[in-house]
Design a protein around this ligand. Sequence first.
Ligand SMILES: Cc1cc2nc3c(=O)[nH]c(=O)nc-3n(C[C@H](O)[C@H](O)[C@H](O)COP(=O)(O)O)c2cc1C
Length: 304
Amino acid sequence: MIPAVWPAPMEGVMHPALVAAVNRLKLVPVWMTPFFRVTSQRTPARRLREFIEPFLAGGVPVHVQLMGTDLAALGAAAQEFMKLGAAGINLNFGCPSKQVMRHGSGGGRLRDVPSLLAVVRGVAGALSGAPLSIKLRSGFDRCDSTWYSELRGAGASSVFMHFRTVVEGYRELPFEVALERFSAAAAALDGVTLIANGDIDSAERRDACGSAGCAGVMIGRPWFRDPGLLRRLTGAAGETGDRRCELFQTVVDLAKNDGKFRFFNGRAIELSVMLWGAGNPVLELLKNASDGAWRTIDVLKMMK
Ligand SMILES: Cc1cc2nc3c(=O)[nH]c(=O)nc-3n(C[C@H](O)[C@H](O)[C@H](O)COP(=O)(O)O)c2cc1C
């Protein structure tokens, strides 16, 4: 069964210290990893293990997201991750990064639907029945769900759709636009589960996605601004209040006590921006710390 509330994969943000902190605070019911880039060169088993282990440590199902163009290599990596304990595999057809798209990966695939479907078929064949999902934008330069009916035959069991097109990037759009696009996608998908993604920050929006035909929601940036959000949406008792300080403090504590996390000021700055936005006091303090130390105690006092 697909859980109804998912954290969104976030490359560069979901480093091991943050993943460990989220696991410790039990903030997610399931994980989808950020993309793991698969090249035609064989990836050493050790790298695959190091990639998935921090997520598995949380004891919740882990879906590994892959990105790449080499079918044989994608199939082999998918099999390997399943052996390591993944609950399913996800293919990334949504990343709008120009560098990624230049190599024919990510959102760039939406310009060539037959080749996208060929990748799904290829990986599904290698997985022989294990859950395979895809994550995509609603289109490349315009929404297009006419081909969604082919996804089931290709072997995908669910689709995670960020409602903006690749060209729209992260442009502000009214949430009604998202709901229209989710409805159209849900109607076109034939027996494949739709999970809505993009700007879902409340139970009201989650419910509206349900009414539009979505079986669940995936949440990225709004979850950082409100780390208890996923727990609240899954009905956890007593889940109230702002948990950003607690999450930040847990990341820093873990990093201080365990050298393997390689957490440094740059990451602290990035995390503070995700949690509190640009120009937050953590950022100022870290920028001004001449000795490079994290003055987290002061920071946390200021944030409360
Ligand atoms: C910093 C950052 C990293 C991201 N990395 C990934 C990724 O690795 N894989 C992916 O499918 N989407 C990635 N995304 C997109 C998010 O998963 C999500 O689709 C997008 O942020 C919209 O959802 P939201 O409005 O809930 O944040 C990333 C987004 C951000 C901001």
